[in-house]
Structure formats: C-alpha cells, structure tokens
Write a protein that binds this ligand. Structure first.
Ligand code: MG
Length: 424
C-alpha cells in the first residue's frame, strides 16, 4: 500500500545558502554564480501503456504540453495499430509496441523510416517497462492485461502512475507484498483515488474514519430494475458525465466500476473495507471525500476532466498550472448525494464479497466481468446477464486462499473459460 509519507508533497525542496528555494526534479546544477543558480531539468521519461485509449491520449496531451518535464519514450497499444502509428509519429518515442503480433509488420513499415523501434506481443509489452529510459510507467491498458507489466515495473523499481485499476482488483495483496521490497511508488490516476490522495495530503492515515468514494450512478441511475435488465449497449454507453472507453463505461453503468474502486482504495490506502463506502453524486463534481475521526470531511472538487488526476499522478502529487478547466461552483446550483441501490446494481455488492473472501475471489470476478462485458457489447447477452455470469463463474471456479502470481494467472484463465461456457 502507499505509505503515509507518499501523501506528503513529494517534490524535494532544497535550500541553499543564497536563500533561494529550488524545486529539485532530478535537477542537474550546471554552474553557480554569486546570486543565482542555473538548473537544467531532465524530463521524466514515461512509458505509456494503453497509449491509444482515452487516458493514454490525455496523458500524451499533458506530456506534449510540458516537454521540459516529460518525455514519452515508449508507447504501447493493444490492437489499434493505425492510431499507434499516428501517435508515435507525433510524440516520437524510442519504442512503439503493439500487443497483437499480427500487426507488427504494419507498425514496423510505418515507423522504421522515422527511426522508431518496434516490437509486438504481450511479453514485449510487459518487459518494455524495465528499459533504462523509463522512469515512470503509466498503466492505462484495459483489464487484467495491466497486471503483468505492473509486476515487471515493480521488480525493476519504476514508479507507476496507475490507471489500470484491475491490477489492484485482481492482485492487490501481491502488488503490496512486492511494493514492500521495491523503491516503486504508485500514484493513482483514477479520479476518485486521486481525490482521496489529495484529501490525505498532510494527514495522519490513522485518523481516517471513512473513505467516501463518489459515483455518478451512470446512465441507469433512475431506471427501474426491469428496464436496466433489458438495456442495450447503446443505452449503457451513454454516460452522463464522463467520456471514457467502452469497458469502463459499461462497468460504470453496472456499478461494477465502483465495486472495483472500493477494492482499489482498500489496497492503495490500507483502509479497512468496512470503512470504505460508495456515495452516488450525479453531478461528478466532488471526486471523493475522506472523513476523519474528529468529524471533519475533506473533499476534492473539480470539473469531470481526467487531465487533472493524470497530471497530479505524473507530477508525483504536485500541481501543474491549468491542468483542467476551472470549476465555477455557481454553474452547479445543487450538488446532491444519494445512497447507492444494491438491489438494482447488484455488482456493487461484489466489492464487500471479494474483500471478505480475499484470495483469488476478485480475480475471478474481474475475469468473468471482462468476458461478460465483451459479450454484452457484441449483443450476445442482456445487461442483466453480466451479474449472472459473474455469480455463476464465482460458483464454478477454483479458489486459492493465498495466491502467488502463477495462481492468479491460472485462476484468471479458468474463470474466463467458465464465463465463456456459461454465456454459450
Ligand atoms: Mg474512477
């Protein structure tokens, strides 16, 4: 889990006899004159995994706008080779990787003339994070695929800007065990967890009473259970506030995303599951809150815009000027909060189940959910079948109480096969 010290502003501040405070970003001092210091900042080198997705593209916006701070040295994508080619042409990384090996030739032909190295396959994607020219890994891939590169990044001692919440959902205990023996720091990108990290700044973690993770409620917040069960992919993809990738948008509609975020919060901040609650907040202005033992509640507010949490994570919990549009509170006459409804949104209850059962329970839930969401998007199953597929898969998949990495791999594969069997 994150140590309490990680909530302190992590910019190292160096004071010199000249009375000048300098921000120390891996700075190289060139020369010292009588009353000034000249510094050259070495840009932080970032591997962007999931470069063609919504988070990856927004991160590349930030990187390109701040060349003095950041440089993208590795771009990786799953299957969208044309998008990867155009992003690599703009951002000029050293290396571009496509997970689907059948697309390597196309990638190579397009990027070799630009002097950009290319590679393909899940193994290349996982291992690229270990390269010497990578300081921070932004994990913005979708689903279980984020786990292996994260494990490699921790082994190599790289910092992680974590957008792929499934990594912690599937294997949070393993990740935390590995972090204990590694210099790696994790900076959450998920807006709710970024909000919690911001609220915890300067606080004593032992004084936390509750984490209140806000949820928009998604497009079905006001629908009755029957209508939700019959919802189409087009209905579910119509998120009221956030413009995101398809998988997370469906997870938001089912509130599986909020269940995952409760699990993610537990592993990131080390707060007991009974002290983490979801609160429906349809305006998506309050990004999450922390209640303290004295009754104080801190919240982080902002317009729904992922640029801010991405910039806050890449900056190691420091602030970038104008990272997102300013919030004008008077544009929002009312901010409302509701209890979530676990009957209409049964996926939400899976968080408590997974955190009580521990072991590979959440790994199975995630695998079944990935298969079910893909089937729903293909029109093979109804929206209501997503939860049923997860329930059925949980009942039929092996459970390992104290899993190691190989157990997660095996249970993930078994759960996927069981979920597919159930669907067909
Ligand atoms: Mg979120």
């Amino acid at each position: 889990m994150l140590a309490a010290k990680d909530f302190e502003p992590s910019l190292k501040i160096a004071k010199f006899g000249l009375g000048v405070w300098l921000l120390g970003f891996k700075s190289v001092f060139l020369h010292v004159k009588t009353n000034q210091l000249a510094i050259v900042n070495t840009p932080k080198r970032i591997a962007v995994l999931g470069a063609t997705g919504s988070i990856g593209r927004q991160a590349l916006d930030i990187i390109a706008a701040h060349p003095e701070r950041y440089r993208a040295t590795v771009l990786a994508a799953g299957r969208r080779v044309d998008d990867l080619i155009s992003l690599a042409s703009i951002h000029r990384p050293r290396l571009a990787i496509i997970a689907d090996e059948s697309l390597l030739q196309r990638l190579r032909e397009a990027l070799a003339p630009l002097g950009i190295e290319t590679a393909a396959g899940p193994q290349a994607l996982a291992c690229c994070v270990e390269a010497d020219d990578v300081d921070t890994v932004l994990t913005a891939t979708v689903g279980y695929s984020g786990l292996e590169p994260t494990v490699h990044a921790i082994r190599a001692g790289k910092d992680i800007a974590l957008a792929n919440k499934e990594t912690l959902v599937v294997a949070g205990e393993l990740v935390n065990r590995m972090l204990a023996d590694s210099p790696t720091r994790i900076f959450p990108v998920d807006s709710e967890h970024s909000a919690v990290a911001q609220c915890l700044c300067g606080e004593d973690i032992s004084r936390v009473e509750r984490l209140l993770i806000t949820a928009s409620g998604g497009p079905f917040r006001t629908w009755d259970a029957d209508r939700i069960a019959r919802a189409t992919a087009a209905d579910a993809l119509r998120h009221p506030n956030w413009n995101m990738g398809a998988k997370i948008t469906i997870d938001s509609a089912s509130m599986m995303n909020k269940a995952f975020e409760i699990i993610e919060a537990h592993h990131l901040f080390g707060i007991a599951p009974s002290r983490i609650e979801a609160v429906v907040h349809p305006q998506s202005i309050v990004h999450s809150m922390v209640e303290f033992t004295d009754g104080a509640v801190k919240a982080q507010l902002g317009v729904p815009d992922m640029h801010l949490p991405i910039a806050y994570a890449l900056g190691e919990h420091t602030r970038l000027a104008a990272a997102s549009k300013p919030l004008r509170l008077t544009d929002y006459a009312t901010l409302t909060f509701e209890e979530p409804d676990p009957v209409r949104f049964p996926c939400l209850g899976l968080a408590q189940y997974a955190l009580e059962r521990r072991g590979t329970a959440a790994c199975t839930i995630n695998a079944a959910n990935e298969i079910a969401v893909a089937a729903f998007l293909r029109g093979q199953i109804a929206f209501g079948d997503i939860y049923r597929t997860i329930e059925k898969t949980l009942a039929n998949t092996s459970f390992v109480a104290s899993p190691d990495y190989a157990d997660y791999v095996a249970v993930n594969a078994e759960a996927r096969a069981k979920a597919l069997e159930h669907i067909s």
